[in-house]
Design a protein around this ligand. Sequence first.
Ligand SMILES: [Fe+2]
Length: 155
Amino acid sequence: MTTTTLDAPDTARLTAASTIQAMLPRLVALTLDAKQAHWNVTGPGFVQLHALTDELAADVRTWTDRLAERAVALGSPVDARPATVAAGTGRSFPNGWVTDREAAVELVGRIDPVAELIHASLAELELFDAVAHDAAIETLEGLEKYRWMLLAHTR
Ligand SMILES: [Fe+2]
């Protein structure tokens, strides 16, 4: 019989799933904050930011779905309820209109903590579940790409 990750000891699978769960609130909040920026951005960079924030929201949603479904495949339910998301994230995105520059700064400030969290989890995921590790790498690569693109709007 072929041995797969899913045959790994429960502790390895549950540790990987728990590591993924720790990322979910900030990732879900990032999709919401990107949409908040998408709707309320103003200024000369409106068209570019309006499009970029929509792409960010869609991509983060896709990466989050991949990570969450890996945790479930490993045997753990996930928790991305609004109250859990609110409890697991920092200060709120500004209410009301945001300038293009402010929107970019705020989103970079939300990408950084989750990117740091994912980066800090890579060694553990590599040890416990190669698939979750791959999903985390894809997410980190994408987040850092958007960070670069958003930062360009702040200078
Ligand atoms: Fe839209």
